[in-house]
Ligand binder design. Structure first.
Ligand code: SF4
Length: 474
């Protein structure tokens, strides 16, 4: 059984896409490791990357080409200063060479050496092959698959066997919601308490505390940047940033200088009923505008859906509970991570495999479950909340206009957040015994729906809004 940590589900990275940016970036890093392990790193004189399927069809809009170049250059998506990214890419284009692993120059012409192949590899919709040469002689090639949420696997290793060690150490291995609920009952624990026990088996308590707060602070900073940045998003669609205008209208005139002070300021702002929806939408818009501009975000569970969880957690902090602090933030993230991992194991979090239900739908379910626990829900009610949120995203297609993670993606995060809040409220008023659809059933239904969905609606930009809207009109 695959044991997935909360930090696998909530990864710090760079936008705009977890499957098309973060995954290929990580694949490039893994390829570098393979070259070093085989002692052929120093022999490489040139290299080529073949992108297949969805990585090819929406790769330019999703910055897949930039991601592989950054990964091969030795930049870490978690830590590289985002303001350095354009400089690294400009240097590769101007010099027609790439500093492999940040140390060794190799001949590299992005226009010729990154090949966009329209065909799909049989194993997964997001395939990529790295090939290196010494002179005319091919040294080595390796194929990776980006399976959503920044996860990367090899065909011969589909369950990511590198994590075998971690698998064996979780005291409460969970594949399905029924198992999660059984452990909670048996141990008399909440979902977050159970997740904490699992995390403690692989990390110190101090590390869990610090990393969860690092995740949260990245989310908070992302919302802060999005709410304070105006202008047009890159990519050619001429999408105007909206979080700035909405935020400007909503905020009072209390002073602040940092994201943390900003949060406290909003808490002091009187929020009228009508404005609640606007605030939640503003937080979600802010994250996904930062994501669309290749900013730093937390994959939750993907980059395209990165705004839902921060927006719902902000809702809790700003509207529901002004006294909440680190404890509640950590609790929220742990429940969200667990719900997300159940969807990953039982279905998919890849839009290339399941459409947008796998991104916004899953993020909404994660947020709904987490909010429900913070608002006093039992473990059973938490799973009811997650189920309700997904139930009303079933069949949602992925059809990004121009292959960019902008329309409908940015706005769709606001919808996922609002549905999550509603789902949590509905679940709190529900006796789980009367709930007709268990969470595991909706996970399975999502997967069956994903398999039936036409490829046009799976992150290919070959159907839906992506073909209905004429790019020249934008
Ligand atoms: S439509 Fe949904 S799944 Fe597709 S790129 Fe946008 S947010 Fe991601």
């Amino acid at each position: 059984m695959e044991c997935i940590s909360v930090f696998d589900m909530l990864k710090i990275g760079v936008g705009p896409s977890s499957s098309h940016t973060l995954g290929p970036w990580r694949a490039a890093e893994l390829f570098l490791k393979e070259l070093r392990d085989r002692n052929i790193f120093d022999q490489v004189s040139s290299l080529k990357i073949d992108l297949f399927g969805s990585l090819s069809l929406t790769g330019v809009g999703h910055a897949t080409d930039l991601a592989v170049m950054l990964g091969l250059s030795g930049a870490d998506p978690e830590y590289v200063p985002v303001e350095d990214i354009s400089g690294i890419i400009d240097h590769i284009n101007a010099s027609q060479s790439l500093l492999l692993g940040g140390t060794m120059p190799v001949v590299f012409n992005p226009k010729e050496n990154i090949v966009f192949n329209r065909n799909f590899l049989p194993f997964h919709a997001n395939g990529m092959t790295f090939t290196v040469q010494y002179g005319e002689h091919e040294l080595y090639e390796s194929t990776f698959y980006s399976i959503g949420g920044g996860f990367v696997v090899k065909e011969e290793n589909p369950d990511n066997q590198e994590k075998e060690e971690i698998k064996a150490t979780f005291p409460f291995p969970i594949e399905k919601a029924t198992e999660l609920l059984a452990y909670c009952k048996e141990q008399n624990m909440s979902i977050s308490e159970l997740v904490y026990e699992n995390e403690k088996s692989i990390r110190s308590e101090e590390e869990i505390h610090n990393e969860l707060l690092r995740v949260w602070n990245t989310m908070l900073e992302c919302m802060y940047i999005g709410c304070h940045t105006e202008g047009i998003l890159p990519g050619g669609l001429n999408v105007r940033r909206r979080a700035y205008d909405t935020h400007s209208k909503l905020k009072g005139d209390l002073p602040y200088n940092t994201p943390q002070e900003w949060l406290q300021t909003i808490r002091k702002t009187k929020v009228y009923f009508r404005q609640i929806l606007k605030w939640v939408s503003c937080f979600a818009l802010a994250v996904n505008e930062v994501n669309a501009s290749l900013g730093r975000v937390v994959t939750a569970p993907t980059n395209g859906s990165a705004g839902v969880i921060p927006a719902v957690l902000m809702y809790y902090l700003v509207i529901e509970n002004h006294k909440a602090g680190d404890k509640e933030i950590k609790q929220f993230l742990m429940v969200a991570g667990e719900i997300g991992s159940i969807f990953k194991k039982g279905a998919t979090i890849s839009a290339a495999m399941g459409g947008c239900q796998a991104e916004i739908g899953v993020s909404s379910a994660m947020a709904a479950g987490a909010l429900c626990e913070l608002m006093g829900g039992t473990p059973e009610q938490v799973t009811v909340a997650a189920e309700i949120a997904m139930e009303h995203h079933l069949g949602l297609t992925c059809d990004p206009i121009g292959g960019l993670v902008q329309v409908p993606c940015i706005e769709r995060n606001t919808m996922g957040a609002i549905k999550a809040i509603n789902a949590a409220e509905l679940a709190l008023d529900t006796d789980p015994k009367n709930a007709k659809v268990p969470l595991d059933k909706v996970v399975n239904t999502m997967w069956e729906t994903a398999k039936d969905m036409n490829n046009k609606y799976k992150e290919t930009s070959e159907g839906g809004l992506a073909v209905a809207v004429n790019l020249s009109d934008c």
